[in-house]
Design a protein around this ligand. Sequence first.
Ligand code: ASP
Ligand code: MG
Length: 448
Amino acid sequence: MNIYNAYLLIMRVLKFGGTSVGSAEKIQHVAEIINDGVPKIVVLSAMAGTTNFLEEIVKLLYKAKNDEAVAKINELKKQYETVVNELFIKVEFKKKGIELIDHHFQYMHSFTLDSFTIYEERALLAQGELISSAFLHYHLQEAGVNSALIPALNFMRIDKSLEPDDFYIKQNLQREIEQHKGVQLFVTQGYICRNAYGEIDNLKRGGSDYSASLIGAAAGSDEIQIWTDISGFHNNDPRYVEKTVSLKELSFDEAAELAYFGAKILHPSSVLPAKMANIPVRLKNTMKPEDEGTIIKDTFVQGEIKAVAAKDGITAIKIKSGRMLLAYGFLRQVFEIFERYQTPIDMITTSEIAVSVTIDDRKNLDDILADLRKYANVEVDENQSIICIVGNFLAEEKGIVAKVMTALKEVPIRMVSYGGSMHNISVLVNTSEKIKALKLLNENLFNL
Ligand code: ASP
Ligand code: MG
């Protein structure tokens, strides 16, 4: 038990992603999963597709194409009306559902009346989670389940540097919960929060996982569960490789590496709060609740290669300078340029006269290259993929790098990085070689 837990109840946190609440039937299914008597906080995403749809409306409004925005808002409203009809049985609840969406869509329409602002953008993007969570709560009420809807906007907050305000979250979440004596099932929204100025804001796309992790840490939960449409992390990417197996167990560090590279199963930021509070994170499949899924916790299995994953859309930049030879300060100059354009570097390898780095965000590539060329010769390779091999490796352990390289002996490799952490070997290949590389690694490392 967490000794800092100020709550009387140990609350488990269960987060359901957009596909898990993507239709009336799926919301009913979620209600069945959560109604098992274990005290919990349920964190919901918007229904699948909604946030993308809202982003399209945002774009139209910024372009002052208000008529098109109105048409889109009406289109979305129609979809929600269908959900209300299918989700609720009693007239009283159908009416409640319709009133709810009327309220939210009227608010959305108010943004189409004059020029559009960043505040309105964020308020608009928050509507998806506000509606999905209210739907589940009303559905539970209709089924006679004692639940409470607690607004994330009353307790989730980021500070001026856009980091979560842990103290505020803990205090205010506790206050929200204490207002509902006798209730053991709480429903809230993922993704949305307030910022340091009290305005509506969000934790960025895919941020509901992060919400769940922050809420779990604030509530001193015994477990944080992330429910999606796949049975946890797999040892390889099932989209490209035929035989993959789901992983029973990962350490926090391994999960952090995989979340960054992996196929959007878990938002990378969500590992840290759970790790800091040492709360296990379990990945579950809403469509197959009986599957064990993956548990992420504080334990390591030594020397094991756990999984491989790939990330596309990578650009490699080779920076070569005679000045680098026996010089210091050159790398600082290079890094400063990336910092200036707020572009994170993923992989880095050096030789005596050159350094190669990779980036995934190409937004400021032209400016970066122009600045680099003031100091060095620069070559750029586009359409690269990072293949990341994750496990728990010890420096004194023999053979792990050799195994990986042997598996990839038929694949041209642009960069290799090992030793940055003991959990990762990364290789950079042309994206056209990615599937071949993933398959070879599957055969040779996992005998699959
Ligand atoms: N609804 C938000 C999104 O689609 C947040 C989330 O689902 O995690 O990005
Ligand atoms: Mg998601």
